[in-house]
Design a protein around this ligand. Structure first.
Ligand code: UDP
Ligand code: MG
Length: 318
């Protein structure tokens, strides 16, 4: 019998986490004839009552529930990575704790994986809570990254996805980047992929942790990590200014003008040139920042406590 590992990142979800647990546990026990299961809750340094509530779950169902407590907030990507590292199942399903990723779809996902797919990507058809700005910028982000890198990312892909053990093995061992985008790796490791469309409902309780500003930062990092194209902007800018210079030489020679008049023109051109220069320096700076954090090789997350999960030893799989 195949084992399902349900991986849930939790950050200040006290209001909705019990509802999530109930819905998810019901779906999983309805599958108990076909699959055994474990639920891994990664508490990403919540400052509310989430930790206490997770402890209750693990006491209610010690065999199925495992809780991994981080020492502080490391972010959603780190939390998913910890889930990946500690999962022991044959099928790993990543879900948000706010019921925006409907657990009702788990049977369908498990069926697809059992019938031959290695990866199932869940694609949002509609995100009711996200609002126009988030939806438009998210579309723009995917269009941009697909143009700029040779990788292809599914537009509207979400952090709701499922992978089989061999894929999990690859991600555990070979994708240990510090500036991370797990969803991007999942889509670019190859294997047999399928997609299922789903509609993201409203958050069950609480509010989103991702502000537009955070998403912007995240998008920039992701583009830089998946593409070297921005580094080439300097070459293009150099070619452009060289052509401009040659054009001006030819123009000056042909019109035989002496010292050209136009203080404003000089200032404008100067500002334009310097802005290009500074932007390119900034882009190089961003790459150096990423290089630096990879070089320091600090941990992606720090575990403070692990409990539940039956009698299995709590060592990560990697
Ligand atoms: N989350 C997390 N760490 C964080 C922020 C969020 O583990 O620093 C979790 C959060 O509890 C939720 C999931 O990541 O289960 C997605 O977060 P959220 O619903 O706020 O994002 P949105 O759905 O609005 O993109
Ligand atoms: Mg959400």
């Amino acid at each position: 019998m195949d084992k399902l590992s349900i991986i849930v990142s939790v950050y200040n979800e006290e209001a909705g986490i019990r509802r999530f647990y109930e819905v998810c546990a019901e779906v999983l026990s309805s599958l108990s004839e076909k699959y055994s299961y474990e639920m891994i809750f990664v508490n990403d340094g919540s400052s509310d009552k989430s930790s206490e509530i997770l402890r209750e779950f693990s006491e209610e169902d010690r065999d199925h529930i495992r809780v991994i407590e981080f020492s502080k907030n490391f972010g959603h990507e780190a939390a998913m990575t910890a889930g990946l590292d500690y999962a022991s199942g044959d099928i790993l399903i990543f879900l948000d704790a706010d019921l925006q990723h409907p657990p009702a779809l788990i049977p369908e996902i498990a069926r697809r994986l059992s019938e031959g797919a290695d990866i199932v990507n869940m694609v949002r058809t509609k995100n009711k809570t996200a609002g126009l700005v988030k939806n438009v910028t998210s579309g723009g982000f995917y269009a941009l990254i697909n143009r700029m890198s040779d990788l292809k990312l599914e537009p509207n892909a979400s952090d709701f996805f499922a992978i089989k053990k061999p894929v999990a093995e690859v991600l555990r061992k070979s994708y240990r980047e510090k500036v991370r985008f797990l969803r991007g790796y999942v889509q670019n490791v190859g294997f047999v992929k399928e997609t299922i469309a789903f509609e993201a409902p409203e958050r069950v309780a609480g509010k989103s942790h991702y502000s537009i500003k955070k998403l912007f930062r995240f998008s920039i990092d992701t583009i830089l990590c998946f593409s070297n194209m921005p580094l080439k902007l300097g070459i293009y800018a150099g070619l452009f200014t060289a052509l401009l210079g040659i054009g001006l030489i030819v123009y000056t020679l042909l019109t035989r003008q002496g010292a050209p008049s136009g203080y404003a023109t000089i200032i404008i051109v100067l500002c334009f040139m310097f802005s290009m220069l500074f932007i390119i320096t900034g882009i190089i700076g961003e790459y150096i920042a990423i290089l630096f954090s990879e070089l320091k090789d600090r941990p992606i997350y720090i575990v403070k406590d692990i409990y539940g999960g039956g009698d299995r030893e709590a060592a990560p799989q990697r």
